[in-house]
Design a binder for this molecule. Sequence first.
Ligand SMILES: Nc1ncnc2c1ncn2[C@@H]1O[C@H](COP(=O)(O)OP(=O)(O)OP(=O)(O)O)[C@@H](O)[C@H]1O
Length: 262
Amino acid sequence: MNLIDATGLRVSLGGQPVLSDVDFSIAPGEIVTIVGPNGSGKSTLLRTLIGAVRPESGKVRHRPGLRLGYVPQKLAMDPTLPLTVMRFLSLPHRVPAAERAAALEEAGAGTLGDRPMTGLSGGQFQRVLLARALLNKPDVLLLDEPTQGLDQPGSAAFYRQIEHIRSHLGCAVVMVSHELHVVMSASDRVVCLNGHVCCQGHPEVVAQAAEYRALFGSGTHGALALYRHEHSHSHDADCGHTHHEGHHDHGAAPAPRTAEAG
Ligand SMILES: Nc1ncnc2c1ncn2[C@@H]1O[C@H](COP(=O)(O)OP(=O)(O)OP(=O)(O)O)[C@@H](O)[C@H]1O
């Protein structure tokens, strides 16, 4: 049984249609990434899936007893508030210290407990938000552009942490990302959104779909090349650690999977 099944979602905000006819599901243990241009409704979809936004029509079904962990795009902190990381993790509900420490460890932030929240770097802050989402022992972790503002090594390290968490805790992951190269290497499935689901499927297949290329253009060649580089060891001998656009994309027919176009 899927963890979340959403069908026929229609959402308007401020009188403007944002999502129409969107179906979305996530199975246990899956990593699904939602990509799409600015304003295409990615955050709105995530917020609808967690129940923070009510659809005008359509349904979101959660598996009974489903536990969610949500990492928002950003969280404004009052810079004058003297709050350590450990105290932050006990708001708004008290959480035993051992659980908070374990969540920090799981999020790769085990050394940050006594640090003031306002002194954290962007990457450290995101890890603390991740730890906060893990306190709920989620079956599904939803992350809204969690690496916004991080440099490339910082975001790569963050996504490696997510993969570690998925394999260690067995939770599913839904994330919104603009970093196509990371998406290509880290996801089981990509959903390409532009108010509706343009196409979805295995990242390699979606990267070749006409609907996806219409939105993201030829930049996807690079993303695809990197994806293949990281996942096909037979390519390593060809190119070492550099890649050239289109070098890996041999023009061969895509794998016999198909992207579901919508
Ligand atoms: N509270 C709101 N009231 C009115 N319009 C809103 C509201 N929140 C979002 N919108 C509009 O809904 C549309 C979708 O916004 P959303 O944040 O879901 O897009 P997104 O794909 O996540 O964008 P980005 O990539 O820029 O983060 C945008 O046009 C946005 O201006």
